[in-house]
Design a protein around this ligand. Structure first.
Ligand code: MRU
Length: 371
């Protein structure tokens, strides 16, 4: 994606071939700042403090974290320690575990002397694979937007609603939920996006709005509670969200509030699609509400908010009365029965065990729980 005419990914190897650069997403939309990660600890901090966020990008950053750890110490002990420290950064997005397992599988069989080079190569490949996955998700999802345009008599923009940021900032490029939107826009299909602000961290208002605007996609930021009203009035053709972890049965964990949007979509007959990269499927679990760990974050994200003051400085203000307790659940689970379909890199499928297995036949015969 271009930022002010310059093509950017969200993570890239620096010119020295060792350190890694990222866009500091905590500074957007008011400042565009890149940050250099030099060590495993830098990578872990970037994930934990959400300089990088979004399930695929968390995985890609973790892969480079392992690579930097191997550069410093390629021993078995260092590999295990790197996995452990990165795995502890954020609990819900399974791409983190997927990337760490993948890196370990590639590296464990090598002699320590060969590990650093192989780790950098595999981390780069994970990034390239993510771009290819997102592009394929875009191509498969584009058909849904095209069909909605035809169904509307080609007379008005397709109205898409999204929650949080499952955009290029959440991946290495393209995004998952946004990939079909960008492709439709580039193809000349008029699209308008309702962007849920996504309290408390405002990934919609801060990040999705910023990246859609940068690409010239018409969009409107709405408060999280507006979605049901818009759906009741026929102003949403389809909803597309991302996911941080999808069970082998199609239950979907995504940013807090996604479940309520799915309920409203169901009540109003609005198709609810989830853009799902393969590495976001957790084949080991079958009951999302019971088994997906839901991150709880610092309540200060609920009690305080930051934004740009009239003088241009970015400042934080308190919203709630001192003394009021606050809780900050970062994700919720949308049961498969509320999901119209999954948009994967292998095509569309039903949000069900059978649907997923129809696209991942190599998983047949391996019961959920088998890994
Ligand atoms: O807490 P975040 O910002 O990491 O949450 C991100 C989301 O919920 C995204 O929708 C999800 O990771 C999918 S990203 C393609």
């Amino acid at each position: 994606v271009n930022v002010d005419g310059t093509p950017f990914r969200t993570i890239w190897l620096a010119g020295d071939g060792e350190t890694v650069e990222i866009i500091d997403q905590t500074r957007l939309p008011h400042r565009f700042v890149t940050v250099r990660l030099e060590t495993l600890e830098d990578a872990a901090h970037a994930i934990r403090a959400m300089l990088v966020r979004g399930a695929p990008l968390i995985g890609a950053t973790a892969a480079y974290g392992v690579a930097m750890a191997m550069r410093d110490d390629p021993s078995d002990e260092a590999l295990a320690a790197a996995r452990a420290s990165l795995a502890a950064t954020r609990p819900t997005a399974v791409n983190l575990r997927w990337a760490l397992d993948d890196m370990a599988a590639h590296l464990a069989k090598l002699s320590p002397g060969a590990r650093a080079e192989a780790a950098y190569a595999r981390a780069a490949a994970i990034c390239d694979e993510d771009v290819a996955i997102c592009r394929a998700i875009g191509e498969h999802g584009l058909g849904l937007i095209r069909a909605a345009f035809e169904a509307g008599g080609r007379s008005r923009p397709v109205e898409v609603m999204t929650h949080c940021n499952a955009g290029w900032l959440a991946t290495v490029d393209w995004g998952t939920a946004t990939a079909p939107i960008y492709m439709a826009h580039d193809e000349g299909i008029p699209v308008h996006v309702w962007v849920d602000e996504t309290r408390p961290r405002n990934q919609g208002a801060f990040l999705t709005a910023w990246e859609l605007g940068g690409h010239g996609v018409p969009h409107t930021v709405i408060v999280d509670n507006a979605g049901g009203h818009l759906m009741q009035h026929g102003r949403v053709d389809l909803m597309i969200t991302g996911t941080d972890r999808t069970t082998a049965t199609g239950d979907v964990a995504n940013k807090i509030g996604t479940y309520l949007k799915a309920l409203a979509a169901c009540d109003n007959g609005v198709p609810f699609y989830v853009a799902l990269p393969g590495p976001t499927i957790d084949w080991t679990i079958a009951d999302g509400v019971r088994d997906i760990p839901i991150e709880e974050r610092d309540p200060v994200e609920v009690t305080d908010i930051s934004g740009r003051a009239p003088d241009g400085t970015v400042t934080t203000v308190r919203l709630t009365p001192h003394g009021s307790a606050a809780a900050n659940f970062a994700f919720d689970v949308t049961p498969a029965r509320l999901v119209t379909g999954l948009i994967t890199e292998r095509g569309l499928c039903a949000a069900s065990a059978e649907g997923l297995l129809s696209l991942w036949p190599e998983r047949r015969g391996r019961a959920a729980g088998a890994g």
